[in-house]
Design a binder for this molecule. Structure first.
Ligand SMILES: Nc1ncnc2c1ncn2[C@@H]1O[C@H](COP(=O)(O)OP(=O)(O)O)[C@@H](O)[C@H]1O
Ligand SMILES: [Mg+2]
Length: 578
């Protein structure tokens, strides 16, 4: 569907505002024409018949007409702009709703800053377009056509001469418009780029400071800004060109009309008041025409931005939720990976991975970093689909399970400890919406987070992210663990969940997790091997392949990668047993 038509469709729900605006703008546009028309009788009455009565009422009438015109203008602008604003608000809600439901891989492919720029800058550009422009179009189109009526009524031959120039103004306008659309799109892309730089610099401010990157960041930002300017300069060039070009061309029309009209008046074929009425209408006519041309350019810019917005609205998730997906039951706790291959881009990250976690078992994934451990567990939660092979929960392929049910079934404590700008209590409550304060406190106690939470200024009601509230990595992890404990799901995934804890609190949290793991199927990824010694099965992943698996003792006897890793961490095997 053409982009502009789509934009208009967003305005449909607000039709009554548009109708009111249209009525007001008809009156407004019509008044110009009426005024131009009235020039003839008024000039006749006042200057030829010297009608004192009309002359004395004229100032009052003019004021009244302009007050009425002002009211119409206000109503037109108000209703049209609020309609546009509401429509764009719908667009913004939709882009966010569509965006957030896209797959994780979409967010890995696109930079956060650039996505933010689409939702903020591009939607704002749409708003300028739809709001300012559409409201003008109504008024100007009605003004233009009613004035056209007046000039044709006055003298159709002269009218034909004066409108001959219109096609001449439209041609350069359409060329400029196309250029603007292209430039606007590129400009929005540049804006996205510098939003990315901004976002990365601000979120990585500590690293920027630590490596004294301020100057080079300033340089990068300056360059991106300069590039953005070069697009804006083009836009300004095209925008500034459009009025002068159309003015020069319309002057041809005015010149021709004065010449031919003037000759008619001199030959007594036309009265002077008629001629002035004609000239007034024509002078007024070119102004809405010029504005219509500018609106056209504005619409082209707006379409450039809208295309980028619709790209996201139209993006289709690759991971499709099966329509009548299977709903998992409490007994569906067995997890199996069958000959799983997976790649993000070109290279396989996982190759021929076969793995079974029986109900209630604890499976530990160990191995060098970059081996594919996090990737493997993200396949269980179906953040990505396998390239080949199957992931089964219970007896079902994850692709046949309803996504909602799958997410309810899995609690994940990720290596990235994400907390939202909200109270501590609410951050834990994300694990189970609607959980009571009591449940939250229990979960926090189990995660050994209760004590430090109580020491915060407002306890559980302290807002995370407020000034002065700085949590340590270990504290953040414990809040994330509390969230997972509260969720109480049958399958638990712990991806380096305790890596930021000191040894003492790790031991405590470990105990809590062990309680949690009881009759749950658990996947644990851990750097510290001491935490996985008691796992039912330890799987060693290296470069995307399972190189070993078995119990701690069996793997030690194997004398391969695992036992090497153990001796690196513990110094000697004996110490572990001790
Ligand atoms: N989103 C991603 N896009 C592309 N490659 C990725 C992505 N995430 C991880 N990788 C790559 O996949 C490999 C395995 O990563 P990961 O599963 O995080 O390993 P581990 O958790 O064992 O350290 C690494 O080579 C990493 O570069
Ligand atoms: Mg990892």
């Amino acid at each position: 569907m053409p982009v502009f038509k789509r934009l208009i469709l967003y305005m449909k729900p607000y039709w009554w505002r548009i109708l009111l605006a249209a009525l007001a703008s008809s009156a407004y546009g019509g008044l110009d024409a009426a005024f131009a028309y009235m020039v003839e009788p008024l000039l006749k009455k006042i200057f030829m018949s010297k009608d004192v009565f009309i002359f004395s009422f004229l100032p009052l009438a003019i004021i009244l007409i302009f007050v009425f015109r002002a009211i119409c203008r206000y109503a037109n602008d108000y209703f049209m702009n609020t309609a546009a604003q509401l429509a764009v608000q719908d667009v913004r809600n939709e882009i966010f709703r569509k965006n957030i439901f896209l797959d994780l891989s979409f967010f890995y492919r696109n930079q956060t800053g650039s996505l933010m720029s689409r939702i903020v800058n591009d939607v704002a550009a749409m708003q300028n377009g739809v709001g300012g422009i559409v409201s003008g179009i109504f008024r100007d189109a009605i003004g233009f056509f009613s004035l056209l009526g007046v000039i044709f009524y006055r003298d159709w031959q002269l009218a034909l001469i004066s409108i001959l120039v219109i096609p001449l103004t439209i041609y350069p306008a359409s060329i400029l418009g196309k250029k603007m659309k292209r430039t606007a799109r590129k400009g929005q892309e540049e804006a996205g780029l510098f939003a990315s730089i901004l976002q990365e610099t601000l979120s990585g401010i500590k690293v920027v400071k630590a490596f004294s990157l301020e100057k080079s960041m300033v340089e990068q930002f300056k360059n991106a800004n300069l590039k953005y300017y070069s697009f804006n300069r083009k836009m300004i060039k095209y925008n500034s060109l459009s009025s002068p070009i159309s003015e020069v061309i319309t002057s041809l029309g005015i010149a021709a009309v004065i010449f031919f009209g003037g000759s008619k008046v001199m030959a007594n074929e036309m009265s002077a008041p008629e001629f002035f009425s004609f000239i007034t209408a024509m002078a007024l006519l070119y102004s809405p025409l010029k504005k219509l041309i500018n609106s056209y350019n504005g619409i082209q810019q707006c379409i450039g931005a809208s295309e980028r917005v619709f790209e996201i609205i139209d993006a289709v998730p690759e991971i499709i939720d099966s329509p009548n997906g299977y709903k998992l039951t409490q007994s569906d706790n067995r997890v199996e990976l069958r000959h799983v291959y997976f790649k993000y881009q070109d290279d396989y990250i996982l190759e021929d991975v076969c793995l079974v976690a029986e109900k209630g078992q604890m499976v530990a994934l160990v191995g060098p970093s970059g081996g594919g451990k996090s990737t493997l567990v993200s396949l269980i939660a179906r953040f990505f689909d396998t390239s080949e092979g199957q992931v089964l929960i219970g007896t079902r392929d994850v692709r046949d399970i309803s996504k909602e049910s799958l997410m309810e079934h899995i609690a994940l404590v990720d290596q990235e400890t994400i907390l939202f700008h909200d109270t501590v209590a609410n951050n834990i409550r994300y694990g189970k919406p609607g959980a009571t304060d009591d449940e939250i406190i229990k979960a926090a106690q189990a995660a050994f987070a209760h004590d430090f939470i109580m020491e915060m200024p407002n306890g559980y009601q302290t807002s995370i992210g407020d000034r002065g509230i700085r949590l340590s990595g270990g504290q953040r992890q414990r809040i994330c663990i509390a969230r997972a404990i509260l969720k109480n799901a049958p399958i638990l995934i712990l991806d380096e969940a305790t890596s930021a804890l000191d040894t003492e609190s790790e031991q405590m949290v470990q105990k809590a997790l062990e309680n949690l793991m009881a009759d749950r199927t658990t996947f644990v990824i851990a750097h510290r091997l001491s935490t996985v010694i008691h796992a039912d099965k330890i799987v060693v992943l290296e470069k995307g392949k399972i190189v070993e698996s078995g119990s701690h003792t069996a793997l030690l006897e194997n004398n391969e990668l695992y036992s090497r890793l153990c001796s690196q961490q513990f110094g000697s095997e004996k110490k572990i047993d001790a």
